[in-house]
Design a protein. Structure first.
Length: 266
């Protein structure tokens, strides 16, 4: 199994687009900082104290989800539809081992991208501090706990949506179809949020059931729910945990079943 995981990492790291994705992450952090400073007119003194969280919050529900969709489609759909994986199926590895190794590589890659974004954001803050004599702007004490908590919730949400995207990738005929279907889900969750919020409004607004229904679509949960979790709202935390667990269990199982289907390659 370790050999299989290493092989999956090696195949992924040989792709130029993956390294381009990593290299674009600091550029994304820098452009996000410029957007807040020049377009939103946020004072640098204020932005520098929360940029690690603010920068990720701005990109999580769209840019990060697009990156995950591309990663999943490349790891699953491209290799299977092009027939590259038939050789692996002929070796001693079971389809279950191949599936879990691929999912592990996808999730570790997501974590790597988050770490790169966090480090890039903090480097940008340090550059601001030294260039504009802002004084001490780094996080101290419980502020670092705030950062780790937000990144933890963000990582959990990306794991959940990667499970859904993996299932979509299993059912797609090409990478284009897979990414298109993933983006349709992502944009639909953000553009038509009023439709399912009407369903959520049938439950009391402050209830756990209301939050579960409202956050059932991951992009909307990323856009609105994670802020509530950091405020210590128990109902929101419970709802997010429930939704993430549902996605991880149901869609991972569905993707695995689709992956292991005997007629999948034909």
């Amino acid at each position: 199994m370790k050999l299989l995981i290493y092989s999956e990492f090696e195949r992924l790291w040989k792709r130029k687009w993956f390294w381009l994705l990593i290299l674009c992450t600091p550029v994304l952090a820098y452009s996000t900082g410029g957007y807040f400073l020049r377009i939103m007119k946020v004072p640098m003194e204020v932005l520098s104290k929360s940029f690690m969280v603010t920068g990720l919050r701005e990109n999580l529900y769209l840019v990060c989800n697009i990156a995950v969709a591309a990663l999943v489609a490349a790891v699953y759909t491209e290799e299977f539809r092009s027939g590259q994986m038939r050789l692996l199926f002929m070796r001693r590895f079971t389809r279950g081992q191949i599936f879990w190794s691929k999912l592990f590589v996808v999730n570790i890659s997501i974590l790597l991208l988050l770490v790169v974004f966090a480090v890039s954001s903090q480097v940008i803050v340090e550059v601001w501090r030294s260039s504009y004599d802002l004084g001490e702007t780094s996080f101290l004490g419980n502020k670092w706990i705030y950062v780790f908590e937000y990144y933890g919730w963000a990582f959990a949400s990306l794991l959940a949506i990667s499970s859904l995207y993996s299932f979509i990738a299993m059912c797609s005929k090409s990478v284009t179809y897979a990414i298109g279907a993933c983006m349709t889900y992502n944009l639909g969750a953000l553009l038509f949020d009023g439709l399912y919020l009407k369903l959520a409004s049938l439950a009391p607004h402050t209830s756990y059931l209301h939050d579960v229904i409202a956050f059932l679509l991951i992009p909307y949960m990323q856009y609105t729910g994670l802020d509530g979790s950091l405020e210590g709202n128990g109902s929101v935390n419970g709802a997010i945990t429930t939704v993430v667990a549902f996605y991880l269990i149901f869609f991972t199982w569905a993707a695995y079943r689709r992956f292991a289907a005997g007629d999948y390659l034909y």
